[in-house]
Design a protein around this ligand. Structure first.
Ligand SMILES: [Zn+2]
Length: 555
């Protein structure tokens, strides 16, 4: 007999069942242990590692600890029998006494280091002499997928020239509100791109025109970062013939106005012209001369690489690569409490710990659930100096990048609890997006898109050198909707972290951190990685994406 009691019970069971399915732990979550994550992050951010600076005793000890952890999990050495990939770094510092002389036969003008311009070099020599012609190239962008090329004309128009250019990318127009990402930033807007493209064109140097608005920061920022402070680069090996700029410089807007006035040209008019795809480069009929000296110092560090062979013999020559940078800022300026160790607990002991946990989890999967493609675990050095360990690996890959299905980067972590959503920078750019959404749907979760595309976060961690080489890449980010918390609840943690602890000695392990959210994220991340390891076709960038052109033949 059906009583009201039975009906209520059936309803309750039904409801409970429904809720359970939506929030059910996937089978993968069981492979992660909150307490192990906690202990590992606590250990890696201990003062004993001295802030994990590349090349320092504490930093290289952290790299050895990571290799030992991989070995203990049964992961194989990933670099021809070794867990280490040596990365030689060089720091370059400009002496501030140089004068930049610009002019023609009739008149010259001298500009002062620091006040008018700053400069560094890409050729890693103690003495660099410049005596070259100036050409204004607008934004200095070649973007086939946007049908845009500022480098019109002959190759010789740019070879051995100093290219003067604007930072940022062409502004959206009423007719074309989405050009160059609309309000978002494309890589074409970053100054690093401008230097790289000019080098590919065989230019001798670049002069970037700074404005507060276009750069997004004041001249003081440019001056402190380039104006006579140490800047690290990957050391150019003997016989390295890759293009490098002799002169990488920025000038103030005032200096730029003065230079254009010397050429009888108006900067504002040329800026206006540069907003059109019809823009043609303009010879300034001026030469720049400068005798600049640099101090150099060398440093040896290591990426850590682990390897796990895929189960499918037809797919195991392809792989998924995980990245997390082990380095942080070392020992430095004391904070108000006199603390000098930049522990980097969140940035990035947490990411290292998560990738170690992913590696360990994969070794414990039953045979039939093992990934078909191989797995490569890369712990990079010198991310904080400009993604140098990742850049080095991407230029000297142990496993061919054309056979890399995906890069999954972890930089930071969730210490605040479970969420109903999950973020992965870059998901919208490639077919990995479909995989991300499938895994989230299975878990009753939603995707949290990048809410600040104008900040260009996609260009600021170790997945980016892989993206530039055409490898579909994701950088994992916390969700924003914390279960049982009001909307915007976590915002305060991020604001506090960014203003008080980011790149400070106080980025330390905290006893009030919780780890259930991290376990949940690892469950999703492993699901995505396994799917990317098993899908028939190699994932690829969407046709219109700016990184598709790096691997046009990827099938
Ligand atoms: Zn980081």
């Amino acid at each position: 007999m059906i009583t009201w009691r039975t009906i209520v019970v059936v309803l309750l069971v039904g409801l409970a069942g429904g809720t359970l399915t939506a929030q059910q732990e996937s089978r993968l979550a069981r492979l992660f242990d909150a307490n192990s994550l906690k202990q590992n992050i606590r250990f890696l951010s201990d003062d004993g590692f001295e802030g994990r600076a590349p090349g320092s005793r504490g930093g290289e000890l952290a790299a050895k600890y990571i290799a030992m952890q991989l070995a203990m999990s049964g992961i194989k050495p990933g670099n021809n029998g070794s867990f280490f990939q040596p990365v030689n770094l060089i720091a370059v510092k400009a002496n501030k006494d140089a004068v930049l002389r610009i002019g023609n036969r009739n008149a010259t003008f001298d500009y002062d280091f620091g006040r008018d311009f700053v400069v560094t070099t890409g050729v890693q020599r103690k003495r660099v002499n410049i005596n070259n012609e100036l050409v204004f190239v607008g934004y200095g962008i070649d973007a086939p997928e946007q049908d845009w090329n500022d480098y019109k004309g002959k190759k010789s128009d740019y070879r051995n020239k100093i290219l003067v250019m604007l930072v940022n990318d062409p502004k959206p127009t009423r007719k074309d509100p989405d050009r160059f990402g609309g309000k978002g930033l494309t890589y074409y807007g970053r100054w690093t791109y401008k230097f790289e493209e000019a080098a590919r064109r065989g230019a001798a140097g670049v002069i970037l025109i700074h404005t507060n608005e276009s750069a997004g920061y004041g001249w003081n920022v440019v001056e402190t970062s380039l104006g006579g402070s140490w800047r690290y680069e990957v050391e150019r090996g003997a016989g390295d013939n890759s293009p490098a700029l002799r002169m990488k410089s920025w000038v103030t807007e005032q200096t730029a106005r003065r230079i254009f006035a010397q050429a009888d040209l108006n900067l504002d008019e040329l800026r206006e012209k540069a907003e059109s795809k019809k823009f043609k480069p303009v010879k300034l009929n001026l030469r720049a001369t400068m005798n600049q000296t640099y101090e150099l110092k060398k440093l040896q560090s290591n990426n850590v690489v682990g390897y796990w062979e895929g189960r499918d013999e037809n797919l195991r020559d392809q792989h998924v690569i995980y990245t997390a940078h082990w380095d942080h800022l070392g020992v430095g300026k004391p904070n108000s409490e006199g603390d000098t160790v930049y522990n980097g607990a969140l940035d990035n002991a947490s990411g290292v710990t998560q990738v170690l946990a992913l590696a360990d989890a994969i070794t414990r999967l039953p045979r039939r659930q093992q990934p078909k493609r191989s797995q490569v675990f890369l712990f990079t050095t010198a991310e904080e100096q400009g993604l140098l360990g990742a850049e080095y690996y991407a230029s000297n890959p142990v496993y061919p990048l054309e056979k890399c299905a995906a890069n999954i980067n972890v930089d930071g972590g969730n210490f605040y609890g479970r969420t109903s959503d999950y973020g992965a920078l870059g998901a919208e750019r490639s077919s990995l997006g479909k995989i991300v959404n499938k895994e989230l749907k299975e878990r009753g979760m939603t995707f949290s898109p990048d809410d600040k595309p104008e900040q260009g976060y996609f260009f600021r961690s170790d997945h980016f050198p892989f993206a530039k080489k055409g490898v579909p890449a994701l950088s994992i980010r916390n969700g924003t909707k914390y279960i049982g918390r009001p909307a915007g609840w976590a915002e305060q943690f991020f604001t506090e972290y960014n203003s008080k602890h980011y790149h400070q000695p106080s980025d330390e392990f905290r006893d009030d951190w919780v780890f259930d959210g991290m376990v949940q994220m690892l469950d999703v991340t492993l699901g995505i990685a396994l799917e990317a390891s098993n899908v028939k076709k190699l994932p690829r960038y969407n046709k219109k994406d700016e990184f598709a052109k790096a691997q046009p033949n990827r099938r």
